[in-house]
Design a binder for this molecule. Structure first.
Ligand code: MG
Length: 385
């Protein structure tokens, strides 16, 4: 097996509304296509990947460093013992001469590249990626269904509670039983009305998570924690800056509400610091590392093994991003669930078009690879590359 060509392009993601920090107008992500020399049904076998959602395109890094390193490497140095593409060896080659630390945009570029490699490898083995992962890393055991929650509740210009309630109702009608809304883009009293409005549709506070997207200082984080404590919400996500571990640890000392974080932690080294210093509690808190933003699976697996060393179950992981790569990880590796964006971040949000959400969970596809082909709008978008 040989890589014939790697192409990349920044493509647009459309999403209305804002969170507490970011408006997504003009958002992009980097898409990578890896074409192999294997021919199936008269066509070259191709893998696709993208840099998850929310961090913009990183085409320069891919074009200038990572793709040239892979293309310059002798073909056999990128293969496993079976002669198939080896994402771990590719990772080592792509990361040659990169200094430690500074895990930012580089981690997103590797995330996109690595996703395409796994899509390609699973297609070469003619199995869905979740099956390949279960076989390699979990003695063949895979979850048949993955619990998913609808992430939305962004701030719209109208700030209408009815619009928010209608959105929550749409998620319920689609088969979701839990959802997440944004907080921190309004004052606390207004956010409490939003929370109550969402709960009135979902039916239970335990079906609702809230996300401040890192907006709060400690004082504000604590005031929200105090206000929502009696409600017993599902979780309180990213109260403060993602790298402010002391804020997170102080917050954990003052609330029994489950806390969530990790979508902006981009390496196993940073994950280690989060687990060591942020006071997060393995008995209730949620970790949301997104392999598409954090160097892809080779480093993600290091993070998962660190979690085990620190007393965490992999079931505490509900990856950020609502994409099919994380869905495959959740089923194949036995994570707790996966985010889903049924209404936002198109065409990436949502899963295979023909597989419906039932009672808050989704079953997996049975086609080779990650399953992008089962989402026609996404498939067209990928192929526009
Ligand atoms: Mg979030």
């Amino acid at each position: 097996m040989k890589i014939n060509r790697i192409t990349e392009k920044d493509l647009p993601i459309s999403s209305p509304g804002s969170n507490a920090v970011v408006n997504f107008k003009g958002l992009t992500t980097s898409v990578v296509m890896i074409e192999s020399d294997i021919v199936r049904n008269g066509k070259a076998l191709v893998g696709y990947g993208f840099g998850s959602i929310g961090r913009w395109g990183v085409g320069g890094l891919l074009r200038e460093r990572f793709i040239p390193r892979l293309m310059a490497a002798p073909a056999d140095t990128l293969l496993d013992d079976a002669g198939l593409i080896d994402p771990f060896r590719c990772w080592e080659v792509a990361m040659a001469n990169e200094k430690p630390g500074g895990h930012g945009e580089r981690a997103v570029a590797l995330g996109a590249l690595d996703m395409a490699l796994w899509d390609l490898l699973a297609k070469a083995e003619d199995v869905p990626l979740w099956r390949l992962l279960a076989n390699r890393f979990r003695n063949g055991v895979a979850d048949e269904r993955v619990e998913v929650y609808a992430a939305g509740g962004y701030y719209e210009e109208s700030h209408s509670l009815q619009v928010l309630k209608d959105e929550m109702q749409r998620y319920c009608d689609l088969g979701y039983t839990s959802a997440k809304i944004k907080i921190g883009g309004a004052v606390l009293s207004e956010d409490m009305k939003r929370i109550e409005a969402a709960i009135s549709v979902l039916g239970s506070p335990s079906a609702l998570a809230v996300d401040a997207n890192g907006r709060f200082d400690l004082k504000t984080a604590l005031s929200y924690a105090e206000a929502i404590e009696p409600l017993k919400l599902r979780w309180y996500e990213e109260a403060g800056d993602p790298l402010d571990y002391r804020l997170q640890a102080t917050l954990a000392e003052h609330t029994s509400t489950p806390l969530a974080g990790g979508e902006n932690i981009f390496s196993s080294q940073d994950a280690k610091n989060l687990l060591r210093y942020a006071g997060m509690r393995p008995d209730r808190d949620i970790l949301q590392f997104d392999c598409g933003l954090s160097y892809g699976l080779p480093d993600y697996l290091k993070t998962l093994s660190l979690m085990a060393e620190h007393g965490w179950s992999w079931r505490s992981v509900h990856p950020h991003g609502g994409h099919q790569m994380s869905l495959n990880l959740a089923a194949g590796l036995g994570l707790g669930g996966n985010e889903s964006y049924p209404g936002v971040f198109q065409p990436l949000g949502g899963f295979a078009d023909h597989i419906v959400i039932e009672n808050g969970s989704v079953r997996l596809h049975d086609t080779p690879g990650i399953g992008f082909e089962l989402k026609p709008k996404l498939w067209d978008w990928l192929r526009s590359l």
